[in-house]
Ligand binder design. Sequence first.
Ligand SMILES: [Zn+2]
Ligand SMILES: [Zn+2]
Length: 247
Amino acid sequence: MMETAALVLDHYQWQAALISLLGIIVLTKAGKFFVFKVPALAQSRSDNREQDKLKLAKSKYPPIVKDNQRVGLYCNLVFFLILLPFCSTLTWPQWWQVPVNVLLILLVYDFFYYLMHRFLFHGQGRFRQVHALHHQARKPTYIDAHYVHPTETVMGLSLFFATIVGLALLQGPFHVLTIVLVYVAYVQLNQINHTYIQLPYFPFRHLTQITVDHHTHHENMHKGNYASITMLYDRLFGTYEKPGTPR
Ligand SMILES: [Zn+2]
Ligand SMILES: [Zn+2]
């Protein structure tokens, strides 16, 4: 019994989990500081804030956003305190393993998210009702990334964390840098795709396309574009849609 406990504690890399968390906070803050030095992006942020203010003045928005953030915090506590210490390491890997693992985690997650979104949230069962709340936003802005039913928040975050745990079980713990990059990419992409950005020229063309694709999904509950990280699976499985196509 004592030996098992010692073995488990041996693999509990709390320093790696703590450094991952600090790295995520620093990269997010520094990223925002530098990104919003670009005038076009600062203008887009203030346009979103203006719309968000109007939405938050409606009585239905604040309680949902608050619930969503509370539930998100609990899921993150479980991840950083219980799961991540067993899935992260400070042992430096081969340099190429970091970008390869970041891509691997995002692509595996997005595949399962695609299935969950298409067949559960847009299926005929009770999860359609759960997801319909998020789809009330026909023209999403930043705040709509957080206008999500708590059940959906738990399912989405659990899927992301389970992807990291599952892949770590298969191939060993991920380096802290991999965790920081993949976590920041996941959170930011899921927020950016809801923001209203109209900058269809270099170097913002791709950024604008990310928002156009997800806004198309929000036009109504019958639209495609189910994936949240890249449109790869929608293109592969024939559910990719351009804006304004009748349905
Ligand atoms: Zn949807
Ligand atoms: Zn959405």
